[in-house]
Design a protein around this ligand. Structure first.
Ligand SMILES: Cc1cc2nc3c(=O)[nH]c(=O)nc-3n(C[C@H](O)[C@H](O)[C@H](O)COP(=O)(O)OP(=O)(O)OC[C@H]3O[C@@H](n4cnc5c(N)ncnc54)[C@H](O)[C@@H]3O)c2cc1C
Length: 598
């Protein structure tokens, strides 16, 4: 395949391999298009809103490839170069307004002009209506160009939460503006004293019978809290609104609602000075009796809407992390191909070649995991819509066997993706600096910025520790029964694979890894709360590696030349990790002190 290095999509054979061969578009596209409903409307009515709707899976794939190729070109020609200029000029806070650097304005302009601000939103509201899977590829590409800029399409995706939970009036009022880029979006969750512990958030809202509200509180660390467009930012704001009979506010997650507020009604208290992602303005905001609107039902703000929002955003950060790994790999490969030491290119030195190989394999592992997760999300979201079109209520749709299966899988795979891809992006950035040696530690090359930028990925949208908490229940439940949804799904990934003889022993190693985790989980469940909290990461990480091993087996079958050796290396590393983790837990388990019983 000829590689076009002026296009980050065209030069990435692995992304194209997934797009062309691995993603199950035959399932995803008809669900996303609801049997090509928009196309049929266009054929019948000629309504221009649906002019770009397509009528077959193949046409859909072509359209996604066109969108991604366009983004790949922008990422290569604009975002890569602008990242440095944005850092040099910086965002500035002046008279309560955030002034954008010229190169950032350019990024916003090209994304807007090319229609990339509403990729996920329905055509009906001016969006491109691409599935999550293609959207994750898009986020990855933007982030490959500039990790910090990856936050921009991610915040625009918040429109999808308004679409899912807002009223039709709110859809009409906000979605076309978000899709056109006239309006930006941000999520206001974190407060100075409540980050991971979101359920105790203290921002208050008074909601009137008509759903209008007054909101007061301080929110911090708000990405794109400063407007990048004329229409300002719409803020998805978590606030405590539910009251007890005595008039006091109800505590905990059940007291929180989701309210829409607007940047024009909020004061920017400060602009954060960060270690990295300088293409993303982060501010502290204060709302003081600011006007707002209720989304959905009071009290469901955190429990339902923000959980949906965070799950979507977690997957987006996972895709951003794949972009970070990819750019660290790309820059390192380039440098290792030019730098000579001891009379040879450093890429020829086995220790350096090993670092590059580790980067390549973990980048591809992250990508495979993120795209698989996105497909699972596409399937359960599409099924819900399909069942509702067939006349079921939302509640009924969510009780169907198929929906339950895929939403359950998404609950485990989403934190798997965020945890693995973000941690690996950090490792890859670290390895990247190491490949560069001394110049890696200077700002002469982009790898120093990549290293700083990547650091946020395991912190925001729930730290890695919180991803472990989110995944653990699913892993323990999944590995406790042979016929659990998770293990059945995992088995289906390896079932009937036409493996080459040389890969059969690797399948056995994968099954061995699964077996060891089953035994590990059986022991782990009886340990103290303290022990579980300390070693949950090891158990979850083992489960992630076994899951990804299944994806590598599949990829090795589809394209042995490209993937067989990588699959073998990954599976060997997986089994070594799982075995040593099992041994570690059993030795450390001897030191465990059981919980005191009452
Ligand atoms: C650049 C940047 C951009 C951000 N953008 C946004 C945004 O747009 N909107 C928004 O609302 N927020 C945003 N955030 C906030 C971000 O989501 C939080 O920083 C993050 O969730 C962690 O919360 P915290 O900083 O309060 O850390 P803390 O919650 O204080 O955590 C401190 C440490 O304790 C650990 N910890 C805490 N609780 C547990 C637990 N139960 N189990 C195990 N470990 C635990 C954490 O993993 C961490 O290591 C942003 C943050 C940054 C830095």
């Amino acid at each position: 395949m000829a590689i076009d290095s002026s296009n980050l999509f065209e030069e990435n054979p692995d992304m194209q391999f997934h797009l062309q061969e691995m993603v199950d578009w035959n399932t995803v596209v008809p669900l996303r298009e609801q049997d090509f409903k928009d196309y049929k409307i266009y054929q019948e009515t000629g309504d221009e809103t649906f002019a770009y709707a397509f009528g077959t899976v193949e046409e859909g794939m072509e359209m996604y490839a066109t969108i991604l190729s366009g983004l790949g070109e922008l990422a290569s020609k604009e975002f890569l170069k602008n990242a440095r200029l944005i850092e040099e000029e910086g965002f500035k806070l002046k008279d309560g307004q955030v002034i954008f650097p010229a190169a950032m304005k350019k990024n916003v302009q090209v994304l807007t002009e090319n229609g990339y601000m509403g990729l996920l939103l329905p055509r009906k509201y001016g969006g491109m209506q691409i599935p999550n899977t293609a959207n994750m590829m898009a986020t990855e590409l933007v982030s490959t160009g500039d990790i910090g800029l990856g936050t921009l399409p991610a915040t625009q995706d918040l429109g999808d939460i308004i679409y899912k939970f807002g009223s039709e009036e709110q859809h009409k009022k906000y979605l076309p503006k978000i899709a056109s880029g006239e309006m930006g979006a941000a999520m206001l969750l974190t407060e100075p004293n409540y980050g991971s512990d979101l359920q105790n958030a203290q921002t208050k809202g008074d909601v009137a019978d008509d759903g209008s509200a007054k909101v007061t509180g301080t929110k911090m660390w708000i990405t794109h809290g400063a407007p990048h467009s004329e229409g300002g930012q719409i803020f998805l704001t978590v606030a405590r609104t539910v009251k007890k009979p005595d008039g006091s506010f109800k505590s905990g997650g059940g007291g929180l609602s989701l309210l829409l507020t607007h940047s024009k009604d909020a004061d920017i208290v400060s602009l954060e000075h960060k270690l990295g992602i300088h293409s993303s303005p982060t501010v502290q905001l204060s709302l003081d009796n600011s006007p707002g609107e209720l989304v959905g039902v009071e009290g469901r703000g955190l429990i339902e809407y923000t959980m949906a929002l965070m799950n979507a955003a977690r997957l987006t950060v996972a895709a951003q992390s794949v972009g970070a790994s990819q750019i660290a790999l790309r820059e390192s490969q380039k440098y290792a191909n030019e730098r000579v030491q001891f009379g040879v290119l450093i890429k020829e030195i086995p220790a350096v070649a090993k670092m590059l190989e580790e980067m390549e394999i973990s980048t591809e592992a992250s990508r495979a995991l993120v795209y698989k997760t996105a497909q699972v999300v596409d399937i359960y979201e599409g099924l819900e819509e399909k069942f509702m079109h067939q006349g079921m209520s939302k509640k009924e749709a969510q009780k169907t066997e198929e929906y339950v299966k895929y939403s359950k899988l998404a609950k485990v795979l989403t934190p798997f993706s965020k945890l693995y891809a973000a941690e690996e992006a950090n490792r890859n950035a670290y390895r990247g600096v190491q490949v560069f040696g001394g110049v890696g530690y200077s700002e002469e090359f982009d790898i120093a910025r990549i290293y700083r930028d990547a650091r946020i990925l395991s912190i925001y949208e729930g730290t890695s520790q919180l991803q472990v908490v989110a995944a653990l229940g699913g892993v323990l439940e999944g590995y406790s029964k042979d016929n659990s949804t998770f293990l059945e799904y995992q088995k289906s990934l390896r079932g009937h694979l036409p493996l080459e003889d040389s890969m059969k022993s690797y399948l056995s190693r994968v099954i061995k890894g699964e077996q060891i985790i089953k035994e590990m989980v059986a022991e782990f469940k009886n340990k103290s709360t303290d022990f579980k909290g300390k070693f949950a990461l090891n158990v979850v990480w083992s489960a992630i590696l076994v899951f990804i091993s299944h994806l590598f087996l599949q990829m090795a079958v589809k394209n042995p030349d490209m993937k067989k050796r990588k699959a073998q290396i990954f599976i060997n590393e997986m089994l070594a990790y799982v075995k040593s983790t099992s041994e570690l837990l059993s030795m450390q388990g001897e030191l465990d002190k059981p919980d005191k019983t009452e």
